[in-house]
Design a protein around this ligand. Structure first.
Ligand code: NAD
Length: 258
């Protein structure tokens, strides 16, 4: 099956690294014009150099004024909008709920959930003007299971599920689809950082934590950035034209989280 985005205009938050970067690459390969933002200038420049039909802007998505400026700049570059991928997310604090600092809670909710709301709100008139479009939000397996020691992140990612389903119902009549993807742990730097923090909190070795985390998936391994980006591409292409309001797990059959 050929997943084609020729002529489509896509904005991806935090698109210079990790899952966002891989999604930007697949979108560009599929023929889309892509605009990304990211907090990391070097990574952003590397994405600009290496990915055709892509521009971007350094932005901290937790800065609401900067987010608005970035959206307007992206829209100018793209000349309209067909696809929004709300990818930006941060792991938030690791520790028992009674020790979570309110500022860490707020920062985690801001980047994972409020940013998704604000970007969606700005995008809707332009998606409507395009005659319809697709929004994909990044939830997580932590938005499907409880996730001990990560209460802010889990709350934000469960929030994404409710937001996704509601937006899909509100905007379906305008042919705007909204889905979320729930990745399990993805091989790469991010999960290495999470393993390190969780191993320290549980007072066990990083290797032990890694094998505990993979043992709880039916396929006994982590997923890859390619798995997630391919699902996002599928949802945004015409192959996904009757899929909306869904929370789609790409997690190797996770049976819970440790
Ligand atoms: P990541 O930590 O690899 O970061 C991706 C990019 O986000 C980086 O380029 C980074 O510079 C940028 N970024 C970080 N803070 C930013 C900010 N404040 N403003 C703008 N850019 C910022 O993340 P990832 O693993 O690619 O995850 C992407 C999404 O997928 C997130 O929403 C995450 O919660 C979700 N997710 C990831 C995993 C996983 O294991 N990787 C699992 C489930 C869900």
């Amino acid at each position: 099956m050929q997943l084609d985005l020729t002529g489509k205009r896509a904005l991806i938050t935090a698109g210079a690294g990790g899952l966002g970067r891989r999604t930007a690459e697949l979108f560009s390969n599929a023929g889309a014009k892509v605009f990304i933002c990211d907090i990391d200038q070097d990574q952003l420049e590397s994405a600009r150099d290496k990915i055709p039909n892509l521009d971007g802007m350094v932005t901290d998505v937790s800065d609401r004024d900067a987010l608005k400026t970035m959206f307007e700049t992206g829209l100018d570059y793209l000349g309209g909008l067909d696809i929004l991928v709300n990818n930006a997310g941060t792991a938030g604090p690791t520790g028992p709920v009674e020790g979570v600092d309110i500022n860490d809670w707020m920062a985690c909710i801001e980047i994972n959930l409020t940013c998704t709301f604000l970007m969606t709100q700005m995008a809707v008139p332009h998606l409507r003007e395009a005659g319809g479009g697709a929004i994909v939000n990044l939830s997580s397996a932590a938005g499907k299971f409880g996730f001990p020691m990560r209460s802010p992140y889990s709350a934000a990612k469960w929030g994404i599920v409710g937001f996704t389903r509601t937006v899909a119902m509100e905007l379906g009549p305008d042919k705007i689809r909204c889905n979320c993807v729930q990745p399990g742990p993805v091989e790469g730097d991010r999960i290495d950082r999470v393993i390190k923090a969780k191993a320290a909190a549980a007072n066990i070795s990083e290797n032990q934590m890694r094998s505990e985390m993979t043992s709880i998936a039916s396929l006994k391994e982590f997923v890859t950035a390619d798995d997630i980006a391919s699902m996002i591409l599928f949802l945004c292409s015409s192959a996904g034209k009757h899929i909306t309001g869904q929370s789609i797990s790409v997690d190797g059959g996770l049976e819970g989280l440790v």
